[in-house]
Design a protein around this ligand. Sequence first.
Ligand SMILES: O=C(O)CCC(=O)C(=O)O
Ligand SMILES: [Fe+2]
Length: 311
Amino acid sequence: MAHHAADPNQDHDFEVIDLSPFFTTPGAAKEKEEAIRRIREACSDSGMFLIVNHGVPAEALDETLAVAREFFAGPDEEKLKWSPRPPEPGAAATMPMEVMERTFEYFVKTVAPLIETLINDALGLPPDLLRQYNSERQWDVMLAYHYFKATETKKVGSHPHKDPNLFTVLLQDDVGGLEFLRGDGEWIPVSPVPHSLIVNVGDVVQVLSNGEFKSVAHRVVSPREKDRYSLAFGYQIGGEKWVEPFAELTGQSSKAMNRFQGFHYHEFLQLLGENYKLHLDPNDAFAIMDVVNHYALPASPVNLPAATAPN
Ligand SMILES: O=C(O)CCC(=O)C(=O)O
Ligand SMILES: [Fe+2]
């Protein structure tokens, strides 16, 4: 098979995981085990990895980006209808087109449940624990982005941030520009890998795993040559959900090993929102925010200013 011809990791500073073994029935036990081992390594180091042969057909990904380009080239009134904010570099819009709905279906029904299972297994949790924990999901988010090309004097992109959810699945086009913070503190550009998807581990997984898996810091630095288009699918948990390290990972009886105190997910999102408002230009939705550290227990540093709204 073509995708087994070369080590997909050879030319990259990040893991590219071939998920085809998980779509073949049955067997491929060795390949599956190896993929899970590499996911564990990537999640423990930076919280980021790429996937290929992930179940979303290449044509669907191409079509999605084509529709996004077309949408953003259209009239502002049309964009405003779907935009939570006025069109601007990096502004988000959702698109109700059929293509987007089909892509969303692939993410919700195929990709995300598989990633959820793989993260579960990479953490060594009992089979299906994460899926059961996350059985009350109410909504997921899919955003399409258009980043104008940077100019000599104006940088374009998004500030470093971490995603608050379980994980995000990203589709970036062949322009590139995404960067992630590797475990050694280096910003690593994610060079485009055709028809791959990028998995960013979010804050919820970091807390559930008691810090074993990292919520990855990432940013977008748009190149000068071309506009960039991307699609982000955020896999959520229910707002009422209580988030704290899984007892299966910290010892059943005591919370002494917990590196994070528990919180309700909606509370966490609210804190995130308040901190955006407090520390940021309201037009700028991204900033260096490490809200999850607010919940870190004293053994780890707490470096987030308290989110008390000014009068
Ligand atoms: O455009 C991208 O590739 C990144 C978007 C992102 O980080 C996000 O939506 O959280
Ligand atoms: Fe993000």
